[in-house]
Every structure is written in structure tokens, then in C-alpha cells.
Design a protein around this ligand. Structure first.
Ligand code: SAM
Length: 246
């Protein structure tokens, strides 16, 4: 059955209202009709089995026939804090990390970030990235969509760190602590952040600032991975060791 997203406000009692691009896709692209059955996801982890009732002026109204709670979300909540790489690599990162099970993505501008964006472009990028997360969630049948936050500056990120937050910084110059051994002693963690640099990596001062906030630097091994590979590799390892991957 085809899957569509609505905001929680789109569910009213036994009725569902699908609007905007999701309604357009349902009606104009997939040509679904009254009487067809679909799955509706409201982003809270619930999945609704819905029968399309009426289609009028871009609004699809449906009747809820059943509701289930999704079992596809990970117990450990992982936030990916990613230094924005050049080109469209961020799109790949968002798509693949959504499939793997990331909970939240925070795009950051660091000292060595090359990309320059004015406020208008930042907003458009965020909207595009959020849409990519939604499409990837649909494709992998998740019932939640990872939040892609606004693009923030390094200082904003540092100031947002809470006391006691579990923050793992992927750093190619870390020689003693590997992610694998770090995770093996952790085992029970409800949430954590993975912080990845852009192409140029983190500056020594950024590493010091993160460590001062209690973050731990870890290595992914002897080879230098591209910015877009490092996050995927680290997330895979975390969800394998502490989550439901594998
Ligand atoms: N500037 C670095 C250099 O040229 O040596 C490489 C930076 S790397 C392309 C981009 C990011 O991926 C790094 O900031 C780091 O977060 C992560 N990364 C890549 N390889 C890694 C490794 N072996 N261990 C830990 N992190 C790694």
C-alpha cells in the first residue's frame, strides 16, 4: 500500500485530511481514486490504514480503518551533527542516514566549511533537506521523519550542548580511542550525538572547544574517510552496537 505523510493536525477523529504536495502526488502522479486504501503516517510513530473517501480541490479526505504503532524506529536516538560538505553531498548523507535510522540532523558551519550561504539559501536548503528526509522515510517505511534543523554556526552549536550530553566527535587524529571499543563499554545509551567535520576536518581549536564541553574524540580507523562516508560509517556502527541494525 502507498504511504503518505500528514501533520498530526491532519488527523481528526476517524478522518484524515491529506493536502499539499502529498495530495498532489496521490491524485496527479499515482492517480489513486475514491475507495483505494493507503497508509498514512503522522510523524509520531503511528501508522493509519485509510480508505480514500473524497477528493476535492486538492484535498484528499479519508476514513481511518485501523491504527498501529510502528516498530521500525530505533531505541537509541542518534543526532548527526554534520559540517556541511561541498556540492550536494549533504543530500546523500541525509537520505542514507534516514534509511539507517538517524533521529535528528544538525547541519553546521565550521571554521573549514567552504560552502557560503545567505539566509534565503539557508532556508531553502533546510526545506529541501527536510523533504529528502521525508521521502527517504517513506521509502524505508519509517513512521517518523528525522528533523533536519536549520543550518547553524559553530558557536550556536557549542552553546546548545547540554551538561551531560553524550557527544562523540569523529576525529581522524585520535590515536588511542576507537569508536568500536568506545561503544562496546557503553552498551546502554538512550541518546547520543555524532559530530563529523566537513572536507577540511575540524581545526585544533574546535576539537579543544568540544572536549571542554565533555565531548569524546574517537577514531574510525587508520584510513581517512570522506565527510559523507564518515557519518554513514559511524551511524552504522552505533546502531549495530547499541540499536537494531543487523
Ligand atoms: N582534513 C582531514 C585530512 O585531510 O586529513 C580529513 C577530514 S575528513 C575528509 C572529514 C571528516 O570525516 C572529519 O572531520 C572526521 O569527522 C571524519 N573522519 C574521516 N576519517 C576519519 C577517521 N579515520 N576517524 C575519525 N573520523 C574520521
Amino acid at each position: 500500500m502507498r504511504r503518505f505523510f500528514v501533520s498530526p493536525q491532519g488527523i481528526e477523529g476517524e478522518k484524515v485530511y491529506i493536502t499539499g504536495s502529498e495530495a498532489h502526488h496521490l491524485v496527479e502522479v499515482l492517480r489513486l481514486k475514491e475507495g483505494d486504501q493507503v497508509i498514512i503516517i503522522d510523524g509520531t510513530g503511528l501508522e493509519y490504514e485509510v480508505r480514500i473517501n473524497t477528493i476535492t480541490e486538492g484535498i484528499v479526505k479519508g476514513d481511518i480503518k485501523g491504527v498501529t504503532s510502528s516498530t521500525r524506529d530505533t531505541s537509541v536516538k542518534v543526532t548527526l551533527v554534520q559540517g556541511i560538505p561541498k556540492g550536494d553531498k549533504m543530500e546523500l548523507i541525509i537520505q542514507k542516514c534516514t534509511e539507517l535510522g538517524v533521529t535528528k540532523i544538525i547541519p553546521i558551519l565550521t571554521e573549514r566549511t567552504v560552502v557560503k550561504l545567505d539566509n534565503d539559501k539557508k532556508k531553502k536548503r533546510q526545506e529541501r533537506w527536510q523533504k529528502i528526509a521525508q521521502e527517504a522515510s517513506k521509502q524505508c517505511k519509517r513512521a517518523t521523519v528525522p528533523e533536519v534543523t536549520e543550518i547553524i554556526k559553530w558557536e550556536q552549536y557549542l552553546n546548545s550542548i547540554d551538561d551531560g550530553e553524550e557527544i562523540i566527535v569523529l576525529w581522524e587524529d585520535e590515536l588511542t580511542r576507537g569508536l568500536k571499543s568506545y561503544l562496546q563499554v557503553k552498551k546502554k545509551l538512550g541518546s547520543l550525538s555524532l559530530v563529523i567535520g566537513p572536507e577540511g576536518g575540524f581545526s585544533p581549536s574546535e576539537i579543544t572547544q568540544l572536549r571542554n564541553k565533555g565531548a569524546k574524540t574517537v577514531s574510525l580507523g587508520p584510513r581517512i574517510l570522506r565527510a559523507e562516508t564518515a557519518g554513514l560509517a559511524a551511524l552504522t556502527m552505533v546502531l549495530y552496537e547499541l540499536g537494531d541494525l543487523g
